[in-house]
Design a protein around this ligand. Structure first.
Ligand SMILES: [Ca+2]
Length: 335
C-alpha cells in the first residue's frame, strides 16, 4: 500500500466526517461548532501524521483513527450541545455566543406634558388609557410623601391620591387582572388593592427590597435594587423565578422602574440617565436609551428635579412616557 493510496484513503475518511460535522451543526445550532471541530481535527492530524510506517499496518491505523474520530465527533457534539444557560433558550432560539455590548437605541420627544413636582416618582404606568403614578416619601428619608393614583396626563395633576401609611416608603405599582399592586421600599411588605375602588385587599411579603413593578400579561415582574428581576405569581405573590440582568461587562445593578413593551423589559437604572432594554428570556441588556442630554437640560432649568425614573406604555395608543422624581415634565417619546 503506497503513500499516495494512504493519502487518498485519509482524504476519503475526512470527507466522510464532513457530513457528520454538518449534521452536528444542524443539530447543535451552534455557529462555532465547525471551528471547534476543525481545530481539533487539525490537532489530531498533527498527532498522527502520515508516515511510511503505515505501509505495513495501515489497515490497523485506519480503523483506529476512524474510531478515534467518531469518538471525537460525538464528544464535541455533546459538548457543543450542552446548554450553559446563554446560548439556547427554551424555544431553541439561537443566541450569539458572545455577549455583545448593548446597542444605543435612538428616541425622539414627540410631546411634553406637565408633571407634579411634589411627586417623587417610583411607579408609572398606563392602564386602559389612564395614566397612574406612585410616589415614595417618608419623613425620615426625604421631604416627599408616599401615594398612588390616576393622573390627568394633560395637567399632570393627581385625580385621586391613595396615601400610604407613614410607616412605609412607597415604591412601584402595577395593575393586573383587576388588582393594583404596590411595593414598599425596605419594609418587606407589599399591598394589593382593588384596581377600581382602591380598597385594600391584602398585603404580601417582599423578598429583599421593593423597587418597581411591571407585568408580562401573566406574571408580575419586580425589581429589588439589585441586578435581579423577580417574577411573582399575581395570585400567591410567591417568587416563581429570578432573571439576572447582565450586559457584556457582567451583572447590571440598580434596576429601577420597569415597563414591559413589545416583548422586552425597559428599565430605568437608578443613578444613571439610561433606560435599558432587557431581553426577558436571557436577562441580557440588548439596548440602551441615553437621556443624559434631556436630563441635563431639564436640571439646568429646574434645579429641583431629581433622578430620572418612570416609564409607561400605552399599548392601545402605542405611546411611551418617561419622567423623573420631582420633574416638572413628563415626556412622550418614540423609539
Ligand atoms: Ca412603569
Amino acid at each position: 500500500m503506497g503513500l499516495a493510496r494512504e493519502k487518498k484513503r485519509l482524504a476519503l475518511l475526512i470527507i466522510k466526517i464532513v457530513p457528520v460535522r454538518n449534521l452536528c451543526n444542524k443539530l447543535c445550532k451552534r455557529k462555532d461548532f465547525s471551528s471547534i471541530f476543525t481545530s481539533y481535527l487539525h490537532k489530531f492530524s498533527k498527532m498522527f501524521p502520515i508516515s511510511p510506517l503505515w505501509n505495513s499496518t495501515f489497515a490497523h491505523y485506519h480503523i483506529y483513527m476512524k474510531n478515534y474520530f467518531i469518538v471525537f465527533a460525538f464528544a464535541f457534539f455533546l459538548i457543543s450541545c450542552s446548554n450553559n444557560g446563554n446560548e439556547n433558550d427554551d424555544n431553541g432560539k439561537v443566541e450569539p455566543t458572545a455577549n455583545l455590548a448593548p446597542v444605543i437605541v435612538n428616541y425622539s420627544v414627540v410631546n411634553v406634558f406637565p408633571h407634579d413636582t411634589s411627586a417623587f416618582t417610583e411607579g408609572l404606568l398606563v392602564h386602559d388609557g389612564q395614566l397612574y403614578e406612585s410616589t415614595g416619601g417618608q419623613a425620615q428619608s426625604n421631604d416627599f410623601k408616599s401615594w398612588f393614583g390616576p393622573v390627568d396626563i394633560k395637567t399632570g395633576t393627581f385625580q385621586k391620591k391613595v396615601m400610604l401609611d407613614t410607616s412605609y416608603f412607597g415604591e412601584g405599582i402595577n395593575i393586573l387582572r383587576g388588582k393594583l399592586y404596590q411595593l414598599t421600599w425596605q419594609s418587606h411588605i407589599g399591598f394589593v388593592y382593588d384596581a377600581k375602588t382602591f380598597k385594600k385587599i391584602k398585603d404580601f411579603p417582599i423578598t429583599g427590597e421593593g423597587w418597581a413593578f411591571t407585568n408580562d400579561g401573566t406574571n408580575l415582574i419586580m425589581s429589588d435594587g439589585t441586578s435581579n428581576l423577580q417574577y411573582l405569581d399575581p395570585e400567591t405573590l410567591k417568587v416563581l423565578k429570578i432573571v439576572g440582568v447582565q450586559d457584556n461587562n457582567g451583572p447590571v445593578g440598580n434596576i429601577n422602574e420597569l415597563e414591559y413593551i413589545k416583548g422586552y423589559i425597559y428599565a430605568n437604572q437608578y443613578g444613571t440617565s439610561y433606560i435599558l432594554k432587557i431581553d426577558p428570556a436571557s436577562g441580557r441588556v440588548v439596548g440602551k436609551l441615553d437621556f443624559t442630554s434631556l436630563e441635563n437640560e431639564l436640571k439646568i432649568k429646574h434645579p429641583g428635579a431629581l433622578e430620572m425614573n418612570g416609564i409607561a406604555y400605552d399599548s392601545a395608543a402605542n405611546k411611551i412616557y418617561v419622567t423623573g422624581k420631582a420633574w416638572p415634565n413628563l415626556y412622550e417619546v418614540r423609539f
